[in-house]
Ligand binder design. Structure first.
Ligand code: FES
Length: 108
């Protein structure tokens, strides 16, 4: 059994050169929101869920992006309601939120 049941990595990368980056899509606020929801739902910690900051995950064109392991499911979102759905449906209940899954064709 792994230390965490699920791990969410949220890209917070900021680029100064004008290229697409997740920080331009309010990724820090999304990270803070997920972290707080996971804690409020009692999911945080050993045997539960960990929410981590990530640098560029090289899928910037789909920003903001995050990935959930161990399922290796990639997401993008529009608002906090979408983030709540990812936290409650996937991180808590293990059900992938298909409508928010980042298509495989999206890269940098
Ligand atoms: S800046 Fe977020 S994936 Fe590259």
């Amino acid at each position: 059994m792994s230390y965490y049941q699920r791990h969410l990595f949220v890209c917070l990368n900021q680029r100064a050169n004008g290229e697409a980056c997740c920080a331009d899509h309010d990724a820090q606020a999304a990270f803070d929101h997920c972290k707080s929801r996971v804690k409020d739902l009692g999911l945080a910690g050993k045997g539960g869920v960990r929410v981590n900051k990530a640098g560029c995950l090289d899928r910037c064109a789909g920003g903001p992006v995050a990935v959930v392991y161990p399922e290796a499911v990639w997401y993008s979102w529009v608002d906090k309601g979408d983030l709540d759905e990812i936290v409650e449906s996937h991180l808590r209940d293990g059900r992938v939120v298909e409508r928010l899954v980042l298509p495989d064709s999206v890269g940098r």
